[in-house]
Design a protein around this ligand. Structure first.
Ligand code: XUL
Ligand code: CO
Length: 442
């Protein structure tokens, strides 16, 4: 912790003070060291900080430049600034007590004039990251490549109509996978930033999808060749920046992966606000992935239901998170995934402390949701209700339907000769909503 006090001098390491604490720079629900079922809360939740928002985002929007203070952004050249920035980042990771971080290649190191120069810059900063990981114990949840900011990718990367751009993207991902492996990354993420289209007047949809699949197959082959054991994750998003993105949501992602024989190599990184943009709830996306055993990791944020774009806000909605957490726990957890705060400060939140307030809020909300979800599951009231609702499929002709032992003719005979008209049964939604509130509000 030699450099710990340098970049955030006014903020100490955030302490857990319990639910009655009124201090703003303290955790009320997230006690990283609390042991639950033999594991610390920090091991259960595997929180991660998103480098792109917290250390590269400055609050710029289409109507104005950045506003947020980044006093460490000085140095003799771009690579040394990148290293100082990284010192600030690791100081933050430690003080906020996040065990993991995530990055895009171009977040951490400046792009050079050539690919070779970009790779050199990346190597220099990755060596620095490796040293910081060793000295702090902070680990890499996942790495990824930025295949959307540079103008060369304006028409996509793996779905670009120009094979030259495709080759460049392949080279960039190869290098991003190398450095993710070097840093011990537990996952590797593919968010298809511009893998979609604006108009079919200039687009061969089938060819683009074939190309994307070929790209992902090559990524799988390369990972195998270098012995990278991390989990590959697809992060669906329906739109923005493209009008129509190929990985629209989890369901279309599953269809894509199965169509191209990729389903055994990928799981999903589900982002809350991407679910909203697709017209789904966060919990829905988690359930769809979990149903196919493809739930991988979470990009923890929220959107704004009144705005149609990706606002990437910190999520403090305990109800939404509790429901999501019930589904995640029902699925057996996230395994080597985690909760990555892919979220950014609002443009007027310019003080260095605001980065702490934002993450404290997100971490506390998730920790509280985790505890509430455990209580809900332990009580079993919702599970029992749902089990009972489907009980007619547990035996007799219901069981025959599930096991493929019956057919239309047999079912018709049953209804005509024996069953007659079914008796309607209440879905009891209002009762269940009230029951949920007893956990959230006592
Ligand atoms: C964009 C987004 C990305 C991915 C990583 O909406 O979520 O930052 O998480 O490329
Ligand atoms: Co994301």
């Amino acid at each position: 912790m030699k450099k710990a006090a340098v970049h955030f001098p006014t903020v100490p390491t955030i302490a857990f003070e319990g639910p009655s604490s009124t201090r703003s720079l303290a955790f009320r629900h997230y006690n990283p060291d609390e042991i639950i079922d033999g594991k610390t809360l920090s091991q259960h939740l595997r929180f991660s900080i998103a480098y792109w928002h917290s250390f590269r985002g400055v609050g710029a929007d289409p109507f104005g430049p950045g506003t947020i203070q980044r006093p460490w952004e000085t140095g003799k050249d771009a690579v040394s600034i990148a290293k100082t920035r990284m010192d600030a980042a690791f100081e933050f990771f430690q003080k906020i007590r996040a065990p993991f971080w995530c990055f895009h290649d171009r977040d951490i190191a400046p792009e050079g004039a050539t690919l070779a120069e970009s790779n050199q810059n990346l190597d220099a900063v990755v060596a620095h990251a490796l040293a910081l990981q060793k000295s702090t114990g902070v680990k890499l949840l996942w790495g990824t490549a930025n295949l959307f900011s540079n103008p060369r990718y304006m028409c996509g990367a793996a779905t670009n109509p120009d094979a030259h751009v495709y080759a460049y993207a392949a080279a960039q991902v190869k290098k991003a996978m190398d450095v993710t492996k070097e840093l011990g990354g537990e996952n590797y993420v593919f968010w298809g930033g511009r893998e979609g289209y604006e108009t079919l007047l200039n687009t061969n949809l089938k060819r683009e999808q074939d190309h994307l699949a070929a790209f992902l197959h090559m990524a799988v082959d390369y990972a195998r060749s270098i012995g990278f054991k991390g989990q590959f994750l697809i992060e669906p998003k329906p739109k923005e920046p493209t009008k129509h993105q190929y990985d629209f949501d989890v369901a279309s992602g599953i269809a894509f992966l199965r169509t191209y024989g990729l389903e055994n190599y990928f799981k999903f990184n589900i982002e809350t606000n991407h679910a909203t943009l697709a017209g789904h709830t966060f919990q829905h996306e988690i359930e769809v992935a979990a149903a196919q055993k493809m739930l991988g990791s979470i990009d923890a944020n929220s959107g704004d239901l009144l705005l149609g774009w990706d606002t990437d806000q910190f999520n403090t909605d305990v109800k939404e998170l509790t429901l999501a957490m019930v589904s995640i726990l029902n699925a057996g957890g996230l395994g080597r995934g985690g909760f990555n705060f892919d979220a950014k400060l609002r443009r007027p939140s310019i003080d260095p402390e605001d980065l702490f307030h934002a993450h404290i809020g997100g971490m506390d909300a998730y920790a509280l949701a985790f505890k509430l979800a455990r209580r809900i599951r332990a009580d079993g009231k919702f599970t029992n209700f749902v089990t009972d609702r489907y009980a007619s499929f547990d035996a007799g002709f219901g069981r025959d339907i599930e096991t493929g032992k019956t057919n239309f003719k047999a079912l018709e005979k049953l209804v005509l000769s024996k069953l007659g008209e079914p008796t309607p049964r209440s879905g009891k939604q209002e009762y269940l909503e009230n029951l949920l509130n007893t956990y959230l509000h006592g």
